[in-house]
Write a protein of this length. Structure first.
Ligand SMILES: [Zn+2]
Length: 412
């Protein structure tokens, strides 16, 4: 067993075993699924005894996950607004001039960089391994380097463009297995007063909401603030501000710079104290998580079995990557769910990784009127209830499995 991703030395203990799953974003064409040969990897969460950092026990090669990517930031208008708002806030609060260089690592389709453009930042550099998304990002006016952000790439970018005023990572920070290498690359990339802004799903929210479906191979780390502070300190950086955000199922936004360059906001110590009080770097909250997952599993499987006994038809709504953690761990397949409807046209016509459930357009639910719809995109439950108000108002039934199994009410 390898040591801790963060501190290197610590022994890690397994706290949750979700079985073997396929990489959660590898939605297959039907012919690829039929050909077989899909690789499944163990999905186990562990905790470091020394630093308390929550992390996967088994790592999947990044090229098996990120070289062709079907998740697009701009697919959700909520997310587009969020990222444009973040760019505006960074420019305003750091008082960036037009000539400042901003680097977005894991720039996806360029939505955040587009936001910096709107905030009149001219020099915008993106980095992303997904070649299929880089073209979209370039079309929005950013320079994009296809590849992984490491020390060599940071040196190359700095030689070409000079140091950056800001480096951002939204949602990609939990993807990085080589944390020490990343911090060295950030150190090279940023100027003396440079600021690193990251957003990541937050472990406290994951535990509170029982959002265990956030756990999949792309996310090698499950961040709390306290272990992150230790990582930054080891590389001469410190967190100077922190915010909790409602987007997705609860995110942490962290502002960091070189130690001593900026005043540290009271929010930082306050959140660290709350983590201490909640025992976030100890095993106790994970034991509660395991029990809650078991409850959801037995309630959902009982409900599906009852529907099937009555001859009812069951389908899914929303095929986010995270849905595949639940589908795989609960052992669901095409015999349980006829299909899953999703708005992402890149996913329609494909099947879910591992479980091979067909993905169709949302209109299909309105045509078919199935007896039960399981909502995997549970974090958009309200938006979905509004979208399907006619179906729900005329006897249709939708259930949301997380944070606990419950019926979705019609919203007019
Ligand atoms: Zn550790």
């Amino acid at each position: 067993m390898a040591g801790c991703l963060l501190c290197g030395g610590g022994k890690v203990d397994e706290v949750l075993d979700l079985g073997k799953t396929a990489p959660a974003n590898n939605f297959l064409k039907p012919e690829e699924a039929a050909a077989g040969g899909e690789t499944l990897y163990p999905l186990r969460l562990s905790l470091c005894r020394a630093c308390g950092h929550a992390q996967l026990l088994d790592l999947v090669p990044p090229s098996a996950m990120f070289d062709h990517y079907l998740y697009m930031s701009s697919a959700s208008s909520t997310l587009t607004d969020h990222l444009h708002g973040l760019a505006a806030k960074i420019v305003r609060s750091l008082d960036l001039g037009a000539s400042a260089l901003v680097v977005d690592v894991g720039c996806n389709d360029g939505t955040l960089l587009e936001g910096f453009g709107k905030a009149r930042i001219e020099r915008r550099q993106g980095v992303d391994p997904a070649a299929n998304l880089a073209e979209t990002a370039r079309a929005k006016g950013a320079e994009v380097t296809t590849g992984y952000f490491d020390l060599a790439l940071a040196r190359q970018l700095r030689d070409t463009h000079g140091p950056a005023s800001v480096l951002t990572m939204t949602n990609t920070f939990p993807h990085i297995p080589d944390l020490s290498g990343l911090m060295q690359a950030i150190d090279v990339m940023l100027d003396e007063d440079g600021v690193f802004v990251l957003e990541a799903h937050y472990l406290m929210d994951l535990l509170d909401l029982c959002a265990f479906d956030t756990i999949y191979h792309e996310h090698v780390s499950y961040w709390a603030l306290t272990p992150m502070q230790a990582l930054f300190a080891a590389h001469g950086f410190e967190v100077f501000d922190v915010e909790r955000l409602p987007i997705h199922h609860g995110q942490l936004r962290v502002w960091a710079g070189r130690k001593g360059r900026r005043p540290v906001a009271p929010a930082v110590a306050a959140l660290a104290a709350l983590e201490e009080e909640r025992g976030l770097t100890t095993k106790a909250p994970f034991e509660t998580l395991v029990a809650r997952i078991e409850d959801i599993r037995s309630n959902l499987l009982d409900l599906i079995a009852e529907m099937k006994r009555k001859g009812g038809r069951v389908v899914g709504y929303g095929a986010p990557a995270k849905g595949n953690t639940m589908i795989a761990f609960f052992g669901l397949g095409p015999d349980d769910l006829d299909y899953i409807a999703d708005r992402n046209t890149l996913k329609q016509g494909r099947v879910t990784p591992g479980s091979h459930i067909p993905i169709v357009a949302p209109e299909r639910i309105l045509e078919d009127r199935p007896d039960l719809v399981i909502v995997f995109a549970w974090n958009f439950a309200e938006e979905i209830a509004r979208q399907f108000s006619d179906y729900l108002g005329s006897g249709g039934r939708m259930v949301v499995p997380i944070p606990a199994l419950q019926d979705l009410e019609a919203v007019s």
